[in-house]
Design a protein around this ligand. Structure first.
Ligand code: FAD
Ligand code: MLT
Ligand code: ZN
Length: 488
């Protein structure tokens, strides 16, 4: 181990191998504080070539490699394993890989190093009159490399798709230190397996991404934000469909429930958004021109969606930001109330109502709360004793974030029960946040044994010694059972 540290220090400039326990512990703890691991050191290479040398040195030592960007991931994927088993574990942080090339207007693309933050990338695209299609509340820290590795979604996925839809190429370092990839941005080229797409969503298990070629979109300023009071999530999903059918530029369609609204209002001191209280809320952002005629046309289109009576519409920047605050500050508000169990799932639009109707009972039973509790069947969200359930997410793409406060952070019963419920409704146990360390045991509820075998074969081919992010994404060999269909 002493040799490994010395080798790493020989490769990098002074001060870029961090081994002080307090400093390392900061990198080895996730944003939610739920996941912590043990690392020998953190290395911050200054170039792709240096990063490749670091990987080679780790491989020679048999050390585990944990790629890390902004460390905003919510499933423990950027955190080293909790036990060392006598092996070294090296966190490779991309925070010094921050070069950003000028926007290529001819192709509508840009090349960015892995450590560039999404906020910086977005501002860069905007300064060239374009937009980057992925936006998320962690934008100031989340990186290009991390969002590709997790295939991040975010608030505009309903319009532009997840990160996968923005990736035109990547460069990456494989487990043996070789550098692969292509930044030509030639989307018309088709010459075999697409490594950029293979690495998208690979969560640091196949390679360390050092650079990416990304597609940019035309700037589409928001013309209106709507907040509608809803009887529940099924009604919100239906209204989302109606708005999508009549409005060409639906930029965002987000849902949050009454419990989430209460937490945000308390944490941020916000007034009630509507005169009455509702079980759920739909926030929709719509693109459109500021021109008067187009503006009137837009309003007619929105009216065509038969909005409920209790709807507030903002058309100026300040009003739109005020409505977004109820959604944007949810994660932060939940984290101030405790260490949350965050279960990010995807559920088909037509099943959202049934999923949420069963959710209260499922959470309460898994948490061991007695039937007389306030989380009764059919209730989407509630607060019983110290158990709190908050549901929100990107309803336009069927991506729900189930947050549970109360159970011990180390307890995974509630998480597993919610994931199982999503799978039983034809959904996915993991969505935009990825599988990470949190959900490996449940992957078989969403992917077939043949698919998992194919994934293992890819992993074994690219990382035969299993050094890259061991314990992340792929399940332990025995956990490939499929769930029963839930009886409703
Ligand atoms: P990290 O957390 O550092 O790493 C995440 C994973 O990627 C790990 O498995 C890691 O090993 C791997 N990785 C990181 N960099 C590389 C690299 N260069 N090469 C290979 N693998 C790498 N996510 C969404 O999808 N949508 C949202 O709307 C959203 N909102 C959020 C809001 C808040 C307030 C917070 C805290 C998080 C949110 N997230 C959201 C989760 C998180 O921001 C995303 O998962 C993001 O993609 C992580 O990026 P990162 O740079 O922080 O990666
Ligand atoms: C969001 O949509 O705000 C994020 O995915 C973060 C979260 O799930 O808390
Ligand atoms: Zn999200």
């Amino acid at each position: 181990m002493r040799n490994l540290l010395a080798d790493l220090r020989d490769i990098t400039a002074p001060g870029h191998v961090l081994a002080e326990p307090d400093v390392v512990a900061g990198y080895a703890t996730d944003w939610t504080r739920r996941y912590t691991g043990l690392a020998t050191c953190v290395v911050t290479p200054g170039s792709a070539a240096e990063l490749a040398d670091v990987v080679r040195a780790c491989a020679a030592d048999g050390a585990r490699i944990i790629p890390q960007g902004g460390n905003t991931g919510l499933v423990g994927g950027s955190i080293p394993p909790a036990s060392t088993d006598g092996l070294a574990a090296v966190i490779i942080s991309t925070r010094r890989l921050t070069s950003l090339e000028p926007v290529d207007l001819a192709s509508g693309q840009v090349t960015a190093e892995a450590g560039v933050t999404i906020a910086r990338l977005a501002a860069h695209a905007e300064s060239a009159g374009l937009r980057y299609g992925v936006d998320l509340a962690s934008r100031d820290s989340a990186t290009v490399g991390g969002t590709i590795a997790t295939n991040a979604g975010g608030i505009h996925a309903v319009r532009y798709g997840p990160t996968r839809s923005q990736v035109a190429g990547v460069k990456a370092v494989l487990a043996d230190g070789s550098i692969v990839g292509n930044l030509s941005g030639l989307t018309a080229a088709s010459s075999g397996y697409d490594l950029g797409q293979l690495l998208t969503g690979s969560e640091g298990t196949l390679a360390v991404i050092t650079q990416a070629r990304l597609l940019l979109r035309p700037a589409e300023p928001a013309a209106a934000v709507l907040l509608c009071g809803m009887a529940g999530i099924a009604e919100a999903a239906e209204l989302t469909g109606l708005i999508r059918a009549v409005v060409p530029g639906l930029l965002a369609a987000e849902y949050f429930d009454a419990a989430g609204l209460a937490l945000v209002r308390q944490a941020a001191g916000l007034p009630p958004p509507l005169p009455a209280e509702y079980q759920g809320y739909l926030l929709a952002e719509i693109a459109g021109a500021a021109d008067r005629q187009d503006h009137d046309h837009l309003l007619r289109q929105i009216a065509g969606a038969r909005l409920p009576g209790d709807t507030v519409l903002a058309q100026d920047a300040r009003g739109m930001a005020a409505l977004w605050a109820y959604r944007d500050r949810l994660t932060e508000a939940i984290a101030t109330a405790g260490i949350p169990h965050k279960i990010d799932v995807a559920v088909p639009a037509g099943e959202l109502g049934a999923f949420c109707a069963e959710l209260g009972d499922v959470v309460r039973d898994a948490a061991g709360v007695r039937r007389a509790g306030a989380l009764g069947a059919g209730r989407e969200s509630a607060h019983v004793g110290s158990l709190r359930l908050i549901v929100f997410g990107h309803i336009g793409v069927g991506n729900l974030h189930v947050n549970v406060l109360g159970p011990d952070p180390a307890d995974t019963q509630v998480d597993a029960a919610v994931a199982r419920l999503a799978a039983a409704h034809g959904g996915s146990v993991a969505a935009e946040h990825g599988v990470g360390r949190a959900k490996t045991g449940w992957l078989g509820w969403t992917r077939t044994p043949a698919e998992i075998s194919a994934m293992r074969a890819i992993k074994a081919a690219l990382d035969p010694a299993g050094l890259l992010n061991p314990g992340v994404l792929l399940p332990p060999e025995t956990a490939t059972e499929r769930p029963e269909r839930a009886t409703t």
